[in-house]
Design a protein around this ligand. Structure first.
Ligand code: FAD
Length: 609
């Protein structure tokens, strides 16, 4: 299928020049002379609100490709040393690593969204005349002690200084107000709707009195939270680990800790923003990795991979700062300055990203639809669609830093086994919804910094990270404007395994903004009306960051088979180089982490001969 005017039609006037290619070197003919993608200085996607994330206009071309569409872009218009498909942290890192190797390299990054960064997106709001900055996805540098040396080196060279957060992150803002987590129990499951504030703050025998739980459930919650009982007596550590990896947290609670069914319902959706499944599919061995899910710690000593790093390494726009600092390093004119601090409030100049004549170009709103070796295999042709028009670039090498499950459609010549490996990792759908409010007095007055909803559209609402950095001041008093963070994860209790994410992805794409907005209003009123909140009066703006292709598939859930060797893992089979085409993205490590995105870029670039 070909949409709109083709590149051939569009470039009618260049036919003579193309004919001359027989005599002229590629690089001179196709160097960097295309200016049609250049955007103007008013172009500023972080300032947009409404439906963002995978916004309309970003996904339709690829879906048409999956449905069998094809585009004829004719002969290549440009030549690069490297084309990177996907402008997320992995794609930007791939360009960065490649340029380290070849400082003069010509690199093109094509990205289907109207902004770079992938999941690492910046959201801005103006509230009471002040710019408030939020994170549309990737929220923090998580467990930096687990970062591989090349990833840490990249962070340092682009100017990230983690030590700054020990001052920038001020937990006392919330602790001085004695804020804590609350649970909004739903009527359908618990017989009455009730907000219970003080989870993990009050003594448990006091907290349970605030809940609508039955007498038995109250006793069991106190026991689960306070007892040091080993619910797996007589098993060795290895036997415990094997068992806890096999059974779900729900099974553990029901059959080993033997708690009342109400406790199971209370925790059913607790971890859905992290694992994106209910507790019936989260291995019992995993729950200590996440806040607030009790009962296993005296049966199995903590052994998680998340280390003891504090969870404080958060820029106001989350890891969008990493993406912005990578762009600064690749295209300095786009974001003048030298430090992470001076980047925080700086407005990025998008008109600099794709300028004719510069060595590194980032081409937004451009969806790759075909990536194929030339007949003599000396190069790769990348066909992409921008504004409905098909274009072709030729590159010596390509790094695919896009969703790995889409690569079989883009590179149909790949071997079947590799395609199956790439397709294995179903992306996990979720959405981060940001709600700008002129103050957060209602939450402060109710004593809340976080609300868990036991069974509703949004699983949680929480206050922003208390981080002030680079001249940006977080909301220090309840009278200051705040961006509330809400999370919606499609939840299909009757569908199990990766199929729930396939269905959830479709559901997310079909859910209109009005539904997201309705539930923001409804759920904030439900939880906060008692503190004087009024959705009609107190909501200034809403940005829905919808990620149908969200987290990378993580291989740590209950259904995952054991693999005899690393080489047998589907994503390892999938990420092997295919001629001049190399595979990056966090998907290639089956790990929804920034460090995986960077390390996979490093590996993919290292495989280029
Ligand atoms: C809501 C959310 C919160 C997260 N929070 C954290 C966190 O706090 N800490 C953490 O470490 N990790 C977090 N992650 C994981 C996050 O995905 C990774 O940290 C990292 O940002 C992934 O980068 P990536 O470049 O591998 O993939 P992506 O960010 O997905 O980037 C891939 C890019 O390729 C583009 N693309 C796809 N197909 C095409 C095509 N055909 N043509 C052109 N471009 C294409 C995509 O649109 C996308 O922009 C979070 C993820 C989500 C969704």
């Amino acid at each position: 299928m070909k949409k709109g005017i083709s590149r051939r039609d569009f470039l009618n006037g260049t036919q003579v020049a193309l004919g001359a290619s027989l005599l002229t070197p590629w690089s001179e003919l196709f160097g960097n002379d295309i200016g049609v993608f250049h955007s103007d200085t008013n172009y500023y996607p972080p300032g947009l609100s409404g439906m963002r994330g995978s916004h309309d206009g970003s996904w339709e071309t690829m879906h048409a490709r999956v449905a069998g569409g094809s585009w004829d872009a004719g002969e290549p218009d440009e030549q690069y040393d490297l084309v990177v498909v996907g402008g997320g942290i992995s794609g930007l890192s791939a360009a960065w690593f490649y340029r380290q190797r070849q400082p003069q390299a010509k690199i093109l990054i094509v990205e289907n969204h109207d902004d770079f960064g992938g999941h690492a997106k910046r959201n801005e709001f103006i509230v009471n005349g002040q710019t408030r900055i939020g994170y549309g996805g990737t929220e923090a540098i998580d467990t930096p002690s687990s970062f591989g040396p090349p990833a840490m080196d990249l962070l340092q060279k682009i100017g990230i200084r983690l030590d700054a957060f020990y001052e920038a992150y001020d937990a006392s803002i919330y602790s001085q107000l004695n804020l804590s987590r609350g649970i909004l129990f739903d009527q359908q499951t618990f017989g009455q709707q009730k907000l219970a504030v003080g989870y993990a703050l009050l003594p448990w025998n006091e907290f349970v009195l605030r809940t609508p739980l039955s007498e038995q459930a109250r006793k069991d919650l106190i026991r689960l939270q306070t007892s040091t009982e080993d619910y797996l007596p007589g098993l060795s550590l290895e036997e415990k680990q094997a068992l806890m990896q096999r059974i779900s947290y729900e099974t553990f609670l029901r059959d080993y800790a033997k708690v009342d069914p109400q406790i199971i319902e209370m925790y059913r959706k607790w971890g859905t923003s992290f694992w994106c499944v209910g507790i019936d599919e989260i291995p019992a061995s995993q729950v200590q990795e996440y806040e607030g899910m009790p009962g296993t710690e005296h049966s199995l000593p903590r052994h998680g991979s998340r280390g003891d790093d504090p969870y404080i390494f958060h820029f106001p726009d989350g890891n969008a700062t990493i993406a912005r600092l990578l762009v600064r390093s690749l295209i300095p004119a786009a974001l003048p300055g030298k430090t992470q601090e001076d980047s925080v409030l700086a407005r990025l100049d998008y008109s600099q990203l794709d300028k004719a004549g510069q060595a590194i170009r980032i081409r937004l709103n451009s969806t790759a639809v075909q990536v194929q070796h030339t007949a003599d295999e000396s190069a790769v042709d990348i066909t992409y669609v921008n504004e409905g028009n098909a274009f072709k670039a030729r590159a010596k090498n390509v790094v695919m830093a896009c969703y790995n499950l889409s690569i079989p459609y883009l590179c149909p010549e790949m071997p079947q086994r590799q395609k199956e490996g790439l397709a294995y990792g179903v992306k996990v759908p979720l959405s981060y919804v940001k709600v700008a409010v002129p103050n957060w007095r209602a939450m402060a007055d109710l004593g809340l910094d976080f609300v868990n909803y036991t069974n509703d559209f949004y699983k949680q609402v929480e206050l922003d990270f208390p981080v002030s950095i680079g001249g940006y001041e977080c909301a220090k008093t309840p009278n200051d404007p705040m961006i509330l963070h809400m999370c919606h994860v499609p939840f299909l209790p009757d569908v199990k395994g990766p199929e729930q994410w396939r269905q959830g992805r479709r559901m997310l794409l079909q859910t209109p903004f009005s539904t997201f907005e309705y539930h923001v209003r409804d759920q904030l009123d439900q939880a906060l009306a008692g503190g004087g909140f009024d959705a009609d009066r107190d909501i200034v703006g809403i940005t829905v960051n919808r990620w149908p292709h969200g987290y990378a598939y993580e291989s740590n859930l209950i259904w995952e088979p054991k693999y005899a060797a690393e080489a047998d893992k589907p994503w390892v089979i999938g990420r092997q180089p295919f001629g001049r085409i190399h595979i990056a993205n966090s998907d290639a490590d089956s790990s929804a982490m920034t460090q995986a995105a960077i390390m996979q870029a490093w590996r993919a670039v290292g495989e280029i001969e």
